[in-house]
Design a protein around this ligand. Sequence first.
Ligand SMILES: [Zn+2]
Ligand SMILES: [Zn+2]
Length: 174
Amino acid sequence: MVNSEELMEKAVKFHGHKCPGLALGVLVSKYILEHGNDFSVDEELVAVVENDNCSVDALQSLLGTTFGKGNLIYKDYGKNNYTIYNRTKEKAVNIRLNNEPYRHDEMTREERMKKLLDSEPEDIFNISMINYNPPESAQIHESIICDNCGDPTMATRIKEKGDQKLCIPCLQKL
Ligand SMILES: [Zn+2]
Ligand SMILES: [Zn+2]
């Protein structure tokens, strides 16, 4: 068993403060770590998240699914849903928040956080294995120099205008 309080402490070192949102992410991570997955040193795990709230920082710090490694994919749907792919085992799990647990109007922030950390992931989320259909691995692209500002820019973000190759901000400015 992975201890929620210990996970929370580790997540707070990354996130900065304790909050109920982070506790939600701790529960997602706890489920993943207790079901045959390890911290992702490279891209073994991929997380597709449907919000950009505090909870995602728990995944970044506890699962190693990070913005910088490209194994954190953000969909702006405003939902506390998480899909975690394990590339090594070719398995995927979908974790969706049940009806808002421990409502804001019924308890304080501190109480909600405590209740969440005392819960098991299965109490809070609907969890199901899904078909393994992962997003593509992160790619490394060569850089091209923008003809206007001179910045080396990832090739896929360079646009051609007339005979010029431009980065996005320069294209918008000109
Ligand atoms: Zn927070
Ligand atoms: Zn430019």
